[in-house]
Design a protein. Sequence first.
Length: 94
Amino acid sequence: ACPFVGETLTNLRQAVGNKATVLGFIGLPFTLATYLVEGKTGTTSGFAQVADMRTNNPQILHGILEILAKNIADYASYQIRSGAQVIQVFDSWA
């Protein structure tokens, strides 16, 4: 994980105590896979490369999504252990 994220969350949690909620932040698998495969958001192409992969190479796309899901879960857990009380997720392209 990113050490500076953990340090920041820990420091922030100590600083705010019970006065505020400390948020973590993660992206979900499909959106992150879109950035990986498309090299950008994919909105201009209608996610053409991801759609092609889903149709012609579903096992590759599934593998990418599995790897991302595990790493995202680990990263969310890391943020919680570091002081995040809530995890905000984004899945812009799902």
